[in-house]
Design a protein around this ligand. Structure first.
Ligand SMILES: O=c1[nH]c(=O)c2ncn([C@@H]3O[C@H](COP(=O)(O)OP(=O)(O)OP(=O)(O)O)[C@@H](O)[C@H]3O)c2[nH]1
Ligand SMILES: [Mg+2]
Length: 198
């Protein structure tokens, strides 16, 4: 069975990928298995960052890699935090600090004006250098107070109308049925199947 390195240090993303790709015969590893690898995310777009994560990992390991760069675009904030979502409250901000900064910036914004979307850009780089890029989106609202304990990141304040709950109130299966990451993964699936058979 071939290895696939998910070019991430985010345990939440990794858990979601493992579940979504469980039917594909690939041995899924991540940067937890390569603690020396650091990737500077200095791109201006999700795509630039997803590509540089996956390319760097292939360069350093020689193994095919899937890079995920994702984030939150909030309408009332003109699309921020966008590509800076992980660092919204500072370079090493915790999920809680990021959520608090978001709720503070949205103070006084009424519920119907709190539209947001999650964006996920996935980049698959094979060891022969071939590159595939796909996007997925999830529309929702930023609620006034965190709700739920599952998931990661901003999940407790992201309400999804099609689920009727926040992403942190959704099970892994429910989140993976609709999420930005799941939708991008569906589009990249054919390339992963081909790689697994190669
Ligand atoms: O509530 C959430 N549910 C999600 O499904 C989700 N997907 C992404 N995000 C947030 O967007 C930023 C990504 O930044 P990011 O792509 O640089 O990832 P990261 O730095 O966490 O890990 P890595 O993959 O770069 O190692 C981080 O703040 C994540 O919390 C999410 N938040
Ligand atoms: Mg990151």
């Amino acid at each position: 069975m071939l290895d696939l390195v998910i070019a991430t240090k985010n345990a939440g993303k990794l858990k979601e990928f493992r579940e979504m790709l469980s039917d594909i015969p690939l041995n899924i590893i991540s940067l937890q298995d390569f603690p020396g690898i650091e990737v500077e995310e200095n791109g201006d777009t999700f795509e630039e960052n997803a590509v540089l994560k996956a390319k760097r990992v292939v360069e350093l390991t020689g193994i095919a890699s899937l890079g995920d760069d994702s984030g939150l675009e909030v309408a009332a904030l003109g699309g921020r935090p966008g590509v800076h979502t992980a660092r919204f409250a500072g370079p090493r901000a915790s999920d809680l600090e990021n959520i608090n900064k978001l709720l503070n910036e949205l103070k006084g914004v009424p519920p119907e004006k709190r539209q947001a979307r999650f964006v996920c850009c996935l980049c698959l780089v094979l060891s022969d250098g071939r590159i595939f890029v796909e996007y997925g989106y999830l529309e929702g609202y930023i609620i006034l107070e965190p709700r739920g304990t599952m998931g990661f990141g901003y999940d407790p304040v992201f309400f999804v109308p099609e689920l009727g709950k926040t992403l942190a109130e959704a099970t892994l299966e429910e989140k993976n049925a609709v999420s930005h990451r799941a939708r991008a993964t569906e589009k990249i699936r054919k390339h992963l199947l081909q790689y697994a058979r190669s």
